[in-house]
Design a protein around this ligand. Structure first.
Ligand code: ADE
Length: 282
């Protein structure tokens, strides 16, 4: 859908005007190092800014460069990741750093195709690295940006990904891609919920009712996996002792924990350091 130049300009002005008084100061906005941008973006994928802030600082202190992360042991990377959840992200970051270090001589290739071929780096994160580190004039679309475009250009009626990307591409102000996306991130985090709450469009297009029952976090498999990882971060365990301790602390039965541990082993988050001893991978 081609936009009119005056509509593009009007929307850019609206977002930048709002941003003048709402801009957040965040540590990854003071740097253009693609490695640090990658770390912040991977952390921000599934974790709120308030929880990322202390972890980002700690992570960068421990692993200040792509080379230092590449050289670290998996267990040290997983130990720093404690409290972030979705531990696989830590493994992916570690592997991506090793590829960049070995195959690319510690230099990030400024290409969407190459970056998105690294573990844990999707199109969004690849584009984020190009925009925030290399200041490329390309458009990134995350969940909030998609909602912003759907609201202001399509009256809150869902559109295919391709249509949203085409609009996003047209909206990027030449030479100001960095500022534009940081502004959209802030608008999405702070203002979007108010905009949608007051939207004149939503009553006519209510979302279909969500009939799937949401289980609380402390009953989810992710919760129990996290507690297993926390115990193994502290020390090595005989598998039987680990399972017994989990049952005593969190209920459930041996079969449940055998399955959880089996999956964590398969995913490379845990290892057998000797036949029945469970530890973090070195
Ligand atoms: N989420 C993802 N990237 C972000 C950024 N640069 N600032 C704030 N929130 C974000």
């Amino acid at each position: 859908m081609p936009l009119l130049p005056q509509d593009i300009r009007k929307f850019q002005n609206k977002i930048f005007h709002w941003w003048k008084t709402h801009r957040r100061d965040l540590p990854w906005r003071h740097i253009h190092d693609p490695y640090r941008i990658m770390v912040s973006e991977v952390m921000l994928q599934q974790t709120q800014v308030s929880r990322v802030l202390p972890k980002y600082t700690e992570f960068i202190k421990s692993f200040p460069t792509v080379q230092s992360l590449a050289r670290a042991s998996t267990s040290d990377v997983l130990k720093i990741w404690k409290g972030m959840g979705y531990n696989r992200r830590a493994l992916y970051l570690h592997k991506a750093a090793q590829i960049i270090s070995k195959k690319y001589d510690n230099q990030f290739p400024p290409s969407i195709q190459l970056l998105s071929s690294f573990p844990g780096i999707g199109t969004y994160t690849a584009r984020a690295i190009l925009v925030f580190a290399f200041k490329k004039d390309i458009a990134m679309v995350d969940t909030n940006i998609r909602k912003i475009i759907t609201h202001f250009f399509f009256k809150d009626i869902k559109q295919p990904e391709k249509v949203i990307q085409e609009v996003a591409d047209q909206l990027v102000p030449t030479g100001k891609s960095w500022e534009w996306h940081q502004a959209l991130m802030d608008f999405g985090a702070i203002e979007l919920k108010n905009v949608l709450l007051l939207s004149p469009f939503t009553p006519n297009h209510p979302n279909p009712p969500n009939l799937t029952k949401k289980i609380p976090f402390y009953e989810s498999t992710r919760f129990f996996r996290g507690r297993i990882m926390d115990l193994v971060r502290e020390k090595k365990w005989k598998e039987k002792e680990l399972i017994k301790t989990m049952i005593r602390k969190h209920g459930k039965d041996a079969k449940f924990y055998q399955d959880c541990i089996g999956k964590l082993l398969q995913e490379g988050l845990l290892t057998h350091s000797s036949p029945s001893i469970i530890s973090l991978p070195e």
